[in-house]
Ligand binder design. Structure first.
Ligand SMILES: Cc1cc2nc3c(=O)[nH]c(=O)nc-3n(C[C@H](O)[C@H](O)[C@H](O)COP(=O)(O)O)c2cc1C
Length: 169
């Protein structure tokens, strides 16, 4: 632990794929989405849109659309993050902004004692997801963030060190 809370959170956050059977209050979900919306975006265009899927029929159907369905089944809430073509001004920059938004959501959740994982494999079925949730025509699925209270479990990960990924001309 350092005396820097932001760096501590960045280092301590892990992908969480197993959750307690405990609902996440709506105010907490809203707070987490708000953290997402404080991500930077080009021209501050805020191209992200969200659909929240909680326990129920739709979540069960969503789970069937990915190899990682067991994670969606276990998570009490999924935040689906879309790019809205109507708000888009530059596809690359908009997608990068949505990546920042997703990380804000994961870090926000972590800071509130929740955990979550960014699910990308489900994008193979993005049109089925859109149809299932009757999302507006201009929405394109970017990620499913499965969230909840983490089960007690040691979760580890590793990274290449900064020098190993920095090119020195
Ligand atoms: C774009 C993207 C797609 C991902 N897709 C999946 C996925 O479909 N299933 C899954 O279990 N984890 C997925 N992850 C989570 C990564 O596996 C995880 O972030 C990585 O292994 C590092 O672990 P950490 O998050 O605990 O540091 C994805 C992460 C990102 C950023």
């Amino acid at each position: 632990m350092s005396d820097n809370q932001v760096l501590d959170a960045i280092h301590a956050r892990r992908s969480v794929r197993e959750f307690e059977d405990r609902d996440v209050p709506d105010e907490i979900i809203e707070k987490i989405i708000e953290a997402g919306t404080w991500a930077p975006s080009g021209l501050n265009n805020q191209p992200w849109r969200f659909i929240v899927v909680k326990k129920g029929e739709k979540k069960g159907a969503l789970a069937k659309l990915t190899h990682y369905g067991h994670i969606i089944e276990s998570a009490p809430v999924c935040i689906l993050v879309f790019l809205d073509a109507k708000a888009s001004y530059d596809r690359t920059k908009d997608i990068m902004a949505i990546g920042a938004c997703n990380q804000n959501i994961l870090l926000g959740a972590h800071s509130l004692g929740l955990g979550g994982v960014w699910l990308g494999e489900i994008l193979k079925k993005k049109s089925d997801v859109k149809e299932l949730l009757q999302a507006p025509a201009s929405y394109e699925l970017m990620a499913v963030l499965a969230l909840g209270y983490p089960t007690q479990k040691k979760r580890t990960s590793s990274r290449k060190d900064a020098r190993g990924v920095t090119f020195n001309p």
